[in-house]
Write a protein that binds this ligand. Structure first.
Ligand SMILES: Nc1nc2c(ncn2[C@@H]2O[C@H](COP(=O)(O)OP(=O)(O)OP(=O)(O)O)[C@@H](O)[C@H]2O)c(=O)[nH]1
Ligand SMILES: [Zn+2]
Length: 195
């Protein structure tokens, strides 16, 4: 597989500054930054950023670098790919599942590559709609399938712990490309296989 950086390299470069600013935010919200429980928190938060913002250091197209020629021209579905992302409005987590269906036209990708693609696209500040369309567009561009459909389910913490405080509401987004746009039977087949 093409080498993919699964850590955010900018965070590693700016580690000391980020730690300093996290410590400052803790102080500004009224914390005692010198109490024992918080001493390592700035470093922990920085390490967490390396991981949850790893998507900035990878090119999602590289993830699909290895593809195979395969004459299967019928529906392929990879469903229940779990993701964790951060909303760009509040920097609060949102998470859920991605489901991908595509009709290959001679080129298929290894199954794990779909999960890798989801990781690279979701490990950054995002909105759910963009995650959905980016996955559809990249698959469309790299695999040149007859069609692709992506459904994303998400639960947004910025709607649970704050603001409207509606715990448990789910957002569902979809994107269709190629034959999925025009063929309602294909869309129905995909959606029924997700159940
Ligand atoms: N469309 C979309 N909206 C999102 C997503 N994540 C968070 N949001 C919304 O982004 C909006 C930001 O709205 P603002 O009015 O600028 O911010 P706010 O005052 O904090 O909004 P409230 O959450 O309503 O309190 C909120 O309605 C969030 O629910 C997402 O992935 N997609
Ligand atoms: Zn939000």
């Amino acid at each position: 597989m093409a080498s993919i950086e699964y850590k955010n390299v900018k965070v590693a470069e700016n580690r000391e500054l980020i730690e300093k600013h996290v410590r400052e935010i803790l102080r500004l919200i009224g914390e005692d930054v010198d109490r024992e429980g918080l001493l390592d928190t700035p470093a922990r938060v920085t390490r967490m950023y390396e991981e949850i913002f790893a998507g900035y250091s990878a090119n999602p197209r590289d993830v699909l670098g290895v593809t195979f020629d395969e004459q299967h021209e019928e529906l392929v579905i990879i469903k229940d790919i779990v993701y964790y992302s951060q909303c760009e409005h509040h920097m609060a987590p949102f998470f859920g599942k991605v489901h991908v269906g595509y009709l290959p036209s001679g080129k298929v990708a290894g199954l794990s590559k779909f999960a890798r693609l989801v990781d690279v696209i979701t490990r950054k500040l995002q909105v759910q709609e963009r995650i959905t369309s980016e996955i559809a567009d990249i698959l469309d561009e790299v695999l040149r399938p007859h069609g692709v459909m992506v459904v994303v389910e998400g639960e947004h913490m910025c709607m649970c712990s704050r603001g409207v405080k509606k715990y448990g509401s789910q957002t569902v987004t979809s994107a269709v490309r190629g034959s999925f746009r025009t063929d309602s039977t294909l869309r129905s087949e995909f959606l029924s296989l997700l159940k």
